[in-house]
Design a protein around this ligand. Structure first.
Ligand code: ZN
Ligand code: FE
Ligand code: FE
Ligand code: ZN
Length: 265
């Protein structure tokens, strides 16, 4: 089934386009199910320029916009989602925001190590001060903690830490198997995203090796573009679906009222 479970809109401050434009693009691309998953407002101080996420007061308007485009009828079927950052000291605040609306799907993301937005190109210099293996360990520790929090249905861009091409040397398989086991224990799904293909790493999130580890651990996957413009809806989905098939998956999942639905790939 052609699914894109991760789509942004202009509301987040760094994407372009209204929901109706994304829906039209999705219809054109032959998608059957899409989810709007704009960035939930961040805790105070984490988004000083208002470029990472919607403002706290915008959530109601965002939900109304998405509902309006869902009501026009498919295809595609339009789901109400949200992408929420895992910022550990603000777990309760995040949980309250998520509980305030009847979301179909909640994506969990790690874009911060401490207060460093490690995937922001403007902050890339910080990478030269860091030990790459140390950053990876920290990232996957936080990622695992997020997955286990019970807040999220799907963990987004699982190896986002590689975005700019920083990958530690050596064998990563045992790290990947540990991460995959933690996802299985947490009962979350993970996203296979084409976004990495458009970034310096030039690779799907997750890598083939990490995706194979998810498959070994029995972790369900969904497919996504992480579109930030209408043109990006469904982009790279062919490569994503090929990677999913290569890893041995025959089915993928989406969520409806936060219940997992399994469908043939
Ligand atoms: Zn974004
Ligand atoms: Fe993200
Ligand atoms: Fe996103
Ligand atoms: Zn994202």
């Amino acid at each position: 089934m052609m699914i894109d479970l991760h789509i942004h809109t202009a509301r987040c401050g760094h994407a372009a386009g209204r929901p109706s434009e994304y829906v039209a693009a999705a219809r054109q691309a032959g998608l059957e199910v899409i989810a709007f998953t704009d960035h939930l407002a961040l805790p105070d101080g984490y988004d000083p320029d208002g470029e990472y996420a919607m403002r706290p007061g915008e959530l109601a308007e965002y939900v109304a916009d998405v509902r309006k485009s869902a009501a026009t009828g498919g295809p595609p079927r339009v789901l109400l989602g949200i992408e929420a950052d895992w910022v550990p000291p603000y777990r309760a605040q995040t949980a309250r925001a998520i509980a305030a609306y009847p979301f179909d799907v909640v994506l969990g993301s790690v874009h911060f190590l401490g207060d460093w937005a490690f995937d922001d190109p403007r902050l890339i210099d910080e990478w030269s001060l860091r030990d790459v293996a140390g950053a990876w360990d920290e990232y996957f520790e936080v990622f695992t903690q997020a997955a286990s929090s019970g807040l999220f249905d799907v963990m987004a861009h699982p190896d986002l830490v590689k975005k700019f091409g920083h990958v530690p040397p050596g064998d990563l398989i045992s790290l990947y198997d540990d991460v995959a086991a933690a996802m299985a224990d947490a009962g979350v799904a993970v996203e296979v995203s084409s976004a990495g293909l458009r970034k310096p790493c030039r690779e799907i999130y997750p890598s083939d090796d990490l995706l194979a580890a998810f498959r070994r651990a029995g972790v369900p996957v969904t497919t996504a573009s992480d579109a930030h413009t209408p043109e990006e809806v469904g982009s790279g989905l062919g490569e994503v679906r090929a990677a999913v098939a290569r890893a041995g998956y025959e089915s993928i999942v989406y969520f409806e009222a936060r219940e997992m639905r399994e469908v043939p790939l």
